[in-house]
Design a protein around this ligand. Structure first.
Ligand SMILES: [Fe+2]
Length: 313
């Protein structure tokens, strides 16, 4: 297989990748990896501790709560049937380490992206393979690393919002990088007016700027996507600056929002953050949550094991 996995970008896409929300084409489906049999086999063999199994519930204000599940030990085909049947959303983390053929394809994809996008030099890439049910929705959230998502099966709609104080308050990203709970990600339905909306079909990929909040709804079909997180020096420094700002804010010091501060100021804050992290001033509040169900069981009643969602990662 010598053909490119990412067809050549035009000048517009070269300039837009990672800077503005955009879609592009990919040829990961040519690898033949994503049929039911291969997916079922991976569901069965992927380590249980690298599974996130979630069902989201939405209240009248569209604020989300989630229940988490465990993989259990049903055979792969039964696990796949369970995903196809309901509202569950699953991610298999660190897929590149546990599915070597897919890991190799990811390497090629990122080499080809680096070739075409000026200055794009990710220092770390990790993949989540995400099978999700026809009725699954992922609530409004933001991810600390850069993300690009390769859509593989089914249809879904993604809303991508601006990275500004109205949609992604600095205080929220500070809490996310400090691993504090972020139940206050302030989604309101009227924000959709500011979103860019894309309908994704197999063979499409989507990218957005660092920390752009987004939400996703499956459009009635079983979906499979590969979400790739990447760190660049810019994302590392910006997240470090958010961490330092979060500490400064607790101390009552004035802060300049890290996503909008000049790079030199971000770099200084990042330097401070490495020392602050070593000092252990912030205790993570991410605990191991109660698992409310096992994949393949009937869904639990929506008042059992509910927690506010954290940033997806
Ligand atoms: Fe995300």
């Amino acid at each position: 297989m010598t053909e490119r996995l990412i067809p050549e970008f035009d000048a517009g896409r070269r300039a837009a990748f990672g800077r503005t929300p955009m879609t592009y084409a990919h040829r990961l489906l040519d690898t033949g990896l994503f049929g039911d049999d291969r997916l079922a086999a991976q569901l069965e063999r992927h380590p249980a501790e690298l599974f996130d199994i979630n069902i989201f519930h939405y209240d009248a204000d569209d604020q989300a709560l989630l229940q988490t599940g465990t993989k259990g030990d049903r055979p792969g085909a039964a696990l796949l049937e369970a995903v196809k049947a309901g509202r569950v959303w699953i991610q298999m983390r660190r897929i590149q380490d546990h599915w070597p053929e897919l890991g190799a394809a990811m390497k090629r994809v990122f080499a080809e992206l680096s070739e075409q996008v000026p200055g794009f030099r990710p220092v770390q890439v990790t993949g989540q393979l995400i099978p999700s049910a026809p009725q699954a929705k992922v609530p409004f959230h933001a991810d600390p690393p850069g993300v690009t998502l390769f859509h593989l099966r089914g249809e879904k709609r993604i809303w991508i919002y601006p990275v500004d104080e109205a949609h992604m308050p600095s205080r929220s990203m500070e809490n996310i990088v400090m691993e504090q709970q972020t139940e206050d990600l302030p989604y309101r339905r009227e924000m959709d007016a500011a979103a860019e909306v894309f309908d994704l079909t197999p063979g499409m990929a989507v990218a957005w700027p660092l920390h752009a909040p987004h939400r996703i709804e499956n459009l009635g079909s079983f979906n499979v996507s590969l979400s790739c997180d990447y760190q660049t020096w810019t994302s590392r420094i910006t997240n470090g600056a958010h961490f330092a700002n979060g500490v400064l804010r607790r101390w009552g010091a004035p802060v300049l929002p890290a996503d909008r501060a000049p790079m030199a100021a971000r770099a200084a804050l990042w330097g401070a953050s490495t020392a602050l992290r070593r000092m252990g001033l912030v205790k993570t509040r991410l605990e191991s949550y109660e698992r409310a169900f096992e994949l393949g069981d009937a869904p639990p009643p929506p008042d059992k094991g509910l927690i506010a969602p954290l940033a997806m990662r």
